[in-house]
Design a protein around this ligand. Sequence first.
Ligand code: PLP
Length: 489
Amino acid sequence: MPETVFPFPARGKPKEEVFRAMRQMRDGDVNWRQGRVFSLVFYAGEDVAQVIREAYTLFLSENALNPTAFPSLRRMEAEVVAMSAALLGGDAQACGAMTSGGTESILMAVKTAREWAARTRPEIHSPEMVLPLSAHPAFDKAAHYFGVKAVRTPLRPDFRADVDAMRAAINPNTILLVGSAPSYPQGVVDPIGEISELALESNLLCHVDACVGGFMLPFVRCLGYPIPDFDFRLPGVTSISADLHKYGYAAKGASVILYRTAELRRCQFFITTDWPGGIYASPAMAGTRPGGAIAAAWAVLNYLGEEGYLRLAREVMQATEKLKAGINAIRGIKILSDPEMSVMAIGSNGLNLYEVGDEMSLRGWQLDRQHFPPCLHLTINYAHVGIVDGFLRDLRASAAAVRRPSPHKIANGILLRLANALVRVLPQAWVSRLMKRSGALLGSGDGSGLPQRSAAMYGMIGSLPNRGDMHELMLDLLDSMTHVRPIEK
Ligand SMILES: *Cc1c(COP(=O)(O)O)cnc(C)c1O
């Protein structure tokens, strides 16, 4: 028998024991119910959570791979897609499909654009898409998977897409333009109207990534906030991605990809007729598709309706306004740009943001770190309606702590200077090994490879002369995170 890291269980365990182990593992997770984490969990209160839980379990075993066996799922998916298209300005021609999430929706949009170009512009052999720097990495993933070159263009000073730069990046190989509503990093809506015009003029497809905004912006606009047009109301927009498992408050594993016409959507489908197992047709990436995710999305849309979503959006926007004002009143930090909805970044107005992030971590808040420029990310959803005052109190204390000198900051400073000096003289492989060590050095006490204080690490990463080192470092980190820990007794 070869030696293995973790044995396959020889015997079954009692259910109680299995669940005790899982509950115990969960104790170490971030406290999302108390609104301590941003962007990973969208929570609309216990009643909604119960609706999606019950709907999911009702269709736990059903499989949307074959809709003829489950007309229930076929109908629910069709209705979810149609309701989403109606919300996003689609007419009777608009159509789409449900997918497992924003990434899959974006993968499908890019794949569709590639097929559409292959059919309508066969002279193109190296297709390209033009997208602002802020567009989600799922587009790079799509580029990587489907052989479409991603041409990134700069942003305006307000972090919105610079459409002149996009125009300049178009060449005879371009097949697709992309804009976000809003973009994830700073939460600002790109000038989709101009991108749509550019697409029409240049005879290109135009995808709007409304993954995070699709089920929020329409309601925010209804509440009277100024939201520019971003959806099928703009004639050049040919596809839209919108995540049900974000502001749709559905169960995880639910998004829609919408198209202006059925003709376009046909480019998304995959069909093979030669397999001995029969004719195989599949709308998107997955084969087997969980019925639960479709059922929970259908249930929550019907349970909340426009009225319910408006109520949630109103509270979220009130919390957002209060947070923005509170953050802007703290010396040394500020909200970047003027985000239209409830996604935003806290930028520096003199203070080191990564240190502020570390101080917030010590106070139990999990904030994502961003770079170019350094900032902290916030996605406010209904789970955060009750945390505004506590958050602002801790943020004020964190900013104050960063303004004071401390041994930790001095240590970070020394490490940074050391790293800066070393990366210039050490061979490549040494640098990536050193970077791996630096995680442990900076206080990754639990062996998860994730340091508790990350300010110094981010500082070091920012100072690396070679982005290739960064790539290696992240591969090492992904590797180390999938290791099984020694069995705990
Ligand atoms: C979340 C998000 C995505 C990706 O969605 P996943 O569900 O995480 O795959 C894409 N674009 C934007 C703007 C997002 O916020």
